[in-house]
Design a binder for this molecule. Structure first.
Ligand SMILES: Cc1cc2nc3c(=O)[nH]c(=O)nc-3n(C[C@H](O)[C@H](O)[C@H](O)COP(=O)(O)O)c2cc1C
Length: 233
């Protein structure tokens, strides 16, 4: 987009709103991944606010090529969780079998096969927990936002994550909880059926996904973090 394409009526900046650096810092320091939600749905207006925050994220070449799918309702999310569990189960079966593992090794780079092998205990735990009725993938959240971008877009994954970062911070400011769901991203990249279940068209691929809801619990303290490993030059 060039400056000549900018719409005439741009919103004025409300300088009085401001955000003090300590307030913003506290917001960032108190955001947590929320893995326990109440049954209260997230309102349509709140979801729209989150998506407005998302599109103010930076994007490579200012492409703004992200697209959002908002899945609302536990039943739909449970259906998606079952599809992901099925995918993980078939992967576990394949990796446990030497011929299946060899077939995967021919398809995927060695680092990916190693990563999958390292993930086997987590996949096993997820599959067992989902079968036992615990929603360990979506954490009982009432909504999921999947962010997808056209295949071949150089910075699609990065753009999606920056958009998700904006969503997570504004959601936190609104009293909502979020959690990135990497356990959906891998299966959605490798299984066209799962991508289709989410609603991602074949010409696009998932960048990231996150759940949103009203947190069941509130944190009272700020979690400690390791100091930034930095080399000052
Ligand atoms: C790329 C990525 C994928 C993630 N996927 C999951 C996930 O599938 N399930 C989950 O519970 N948390 C997931 N997380 C959340 C991390 O576990 C979490 O950010 C980390 O433990 C730090 O905790 P905090 O977010 O509360 O600060 C993911 C985080 C990132 C950055």
């Amino acid at each position: 987009m060039s400056h000549a394409d900018l719409p005439g009526a741009c919103d004025a900046i409300d300088a009085a709103l401001g955000v003090s650096p300590p307030a913003l810092m506290q917001l960032m320091r108190t955001r947590r991944s929320i893995r326990s939600y109440t049954d209260e749905p997230v309102s349509h207006d709140d979801l729209k606010t989150l998506l407005q925050a998302a599109v103010y994220a930076p994007s490579g070449h200012n492409d703004q090529a992200w697209q959002f799918i908002v899945i609302r309702g536990r039943e739909k999310l449970l259906g998606l969780a079952n599809a992901v569990t099925g995918f993980m189960e078939s992967l576990l079966t394949q990796l446990a079998n030497p011929a299946g593992r060899d077939a995967l090794a021919k398809l995927l780079p060695p680092t990916m096969v190693k990563h999958l092998e390292e993930m086997m205990p987590s996949f096993r735990l997820i599959v067992e927990s989902q079968h036992a009725g615990a929603d360990i993938i979506f954490r009982g959240a009432p909504a999921l936002i999947a962010i997808h971008t056209p295949r071949g877009l150089g910075t699609g994954t990065e753009d999606a994550h920056y958009a998700a970062g904006n969503i997570m911070l504004v959601a936190h400011a609104m009293g909502l909880g979020t959690c990135l769901i990497g356990f959906l991203v891998g299966p959605a990249r490798h299984s066209p059926q799962i991508a289709a279940t989410i609603g991602i068209p074949p010409e696009n691929e998932i960048g990231t996904a996150l759940v949103v809801g009203h947190p069941k619990h509130r944190y009272r303290r700020i979690v400690p973090r390791r100091q930034p490993p930095v080399k000052w030059v």
